[in-house]
Design a binder for this molecule. Structure first.
Ligand code: HEM
Length: 472
């Protein structure tokens, strides 16, 4: 007996009391931004402003764009919203976006991804790290690898362990669900010993790096690639840049193991950061070209002409002279940014410019890349794929900061190297396809495309299928 002689009634009362308590807690949580003086939307209990996405009725991608549009249509320069119960600050005005990513970057160096290197050392990679560890890795390991290619792997070989990894990789999810990192409080993830990498992927990736490193050491092979660069650097210093303990006979194995662990952690960032984003961007470019025959034909004419003028070789000049292809790539990255948002966390006191409002330390910030790229005040008819937006005249009209597929500021997509590498890979791949094939959409592709986020880049439900016709 709790309150009365009727246990069922008591149970009912307890449930009602708990529910009332929960609703009061939600209402109090949802008053956070009002208490701070920020305007926002109408959060619903308990899903906040992301109800449809959390219930699976809409994709997160569409939901973030909707939130951006709703804040903008209220005439706001910034807004306070709720991702579930979690308060999120969203800058709308491009100057405020710049303030987060560039001007006041020191207050926002972290990506709010959960790191527990004891569960999986792969999580200690540049994408996940924050503060001085991130800064150190970024400055010492990545700024110097212009000119190297990443892993020196022969993808044409079909019977090697490297090829086995790459051929089987698409069947594996790299991440379990990256959204969990964002929404679930990190102490809970720590308690559950959560690993954001798929364990199967993690084992396969570590083994790939280990085998590559051992192979190079045993056979004395040196390749001019990123792996070799990391290997050289990590053999002398650890992830923090401190000198490694000198090798004694007894410590050799553990030293080697820690080098392999550090090399694997930094390589995984390039692998997932580079492969998922590029695969997504290329697939979307091919999809748009398959739909737009005129754009495809014009691009093909340009590719064939420029290649003929340059002895059919891809050189810096060839790529620079394919100006229409460049417009296509820019428009693809505008319409289909691989990352729909950049997430940051406020780590140091930050006052929203021209206001007296200070963000609390720990506040999550969503920079709405996709929202900005679909804003009709920057891109009229944003749903239309129109490479002319990026011709010489029109490109000059796009406000600074309104095209940010690679993020911006000191934590953007690894400075000039990865951005350039990504653009060059996209152009050479598309030019090669256009030169040799006509592309049309296969009816297996479900249109309109339904995109959802699981890993770093958006994934398309059912995949994109095209028919190709050899034209040579
Ligand atoms: C079309 C292709 C690509 C797109 C759209 C893209 C986009 C992005 C974005 C939006 C970020 C976050 C920036 C920020 O927080 O402000 C990022 C970071 C990063 N990208 Fe890329 N990326 C691409 C290709 C690549 C490639 C080819 C590589 C390497 C081979 C790469 C490696 C990385 C790494 C390591 C980071 C983390 C940087 C850090 O946290 O300091 N990305 N990328």
């Amino acid at each position: 007996m709790l309150f009365t002689n009727n246990p069922l009634y008591d149970f009912f009362c307890v449930c009602v009391a708990l529910l009332a308590l929960f609703v009061t807690y939600c209402k109090w949580s949802f008053s956070y931004w009002k208490r701070k003086g920020l305007e926002g939307l109408e959060p619903s209990i308990p899903f906040g402003d992301t109800r449809d996405a959390l219930l699976g009725r809409k994709t997160f991608m569409a939901t973030w764009v909707e939130i951006y549009n709703n804040l903008k249509s209220k005439g706001l320069r910034y807004g306070g919203i709720y991702f579930g119960l979690k308060p999120v600050y969203m800058p709308i005005d491009l100057n405020l976006v710049k303030s987060i990513l560039t001007t006041h970057f020191n207050s926002f160096t972290a990506h709010r991804l959960y790191v527990d290197e004891e569960v999986d050392p792969l999580m200690g990679n540049i994408l996940y790290l924050s503060g001085s560890r991130w800064r150190n890795v970024r400055l010492s390991r990545y700024n110097s690898f212009l000119g190297c290619c990443c892993f020196g792997i022969d993808l044409t070989a079909t019977k090697t362990w490297e090829a086995d990894f790459f051929l089987n990789c698409p069947k594996k999810d790299t991440f379990r669900n990256i959204l969990l990192d964002l929404i679930i409080p990190h102490p809970i993830l720590h308690f559950c010993k959560y690993n954001s990498f798929d364990p199967e992927f993690s084992v396969a990736f570590n083994s790939l790096v280990e085998k590559s490193v051992i192979y190079r050491k045993e056979k004395n092979v040196e390749i001019n690639d990123f792996l070799q660069l990391l290997l050289r650097q990590f053999s002398n210093t650890d992830t923090l840049g401190s000198p490694r303990q000198s090798k004694t006979a007894g410590s050799k194995t553990s030293n080697d193991k820690s080098v392999i662990r550090d090399v694997a952690a930094q390589s995984v960032a390039l692998f997932v950061g580079g492969s998922e984003t590029l695969a997504h961007s290329l697939a979307q470019a091919v999809y748009e070209l398959a739909l737009a025959t005129e754009i495809q034909n014009r691009a093909r004419r340009e590719v064939i002409r420029v290649l003929e003028e340059n002895e059919n070789k891809f050189t810096n000049d060839t790529i620079t002279n394919m100006t229409y292809l460049d417009q296509i790539v820019s428009e693809t990255l505008r319409k289909h940014p691989a990352g729909d948002n950049v997430i940051r966390v406020c780590e140091k006191a930050y006052k929203i410019p021209d206001t007296d409002i200070e963000l609390d330390i720990g506040t999550m910030v969503v920079v709405p890349i996709r929202g900005i790229h679909y804003d009709p005040s920057y891109y009229p008819d944003p749903e239309v794929f129109d490479p002319e937006r990026f011709n010489e005249n029109n490109r000059a009209q796009i406000p600074p900061g309104a095209w940010i597929p690679f993020g911006d500021g000191p934590r953007n997509c690894i400075g000039l190297f990865c951005m350039r590498l990504a653009l060059i890979i996209m152009k050479i791949t598309l030019a090669t396809i256009l030169k040799n094939f006509e592309i049309s959409l296969n009816k297996r592709t479900v249109t309109p495309l339904k995109l959802y986020n699981r890993g770093l880049a958006a994934t398309c439900e059912g995949g994109i299928w095209v028919d190709i016709k050899n034209i040579n």
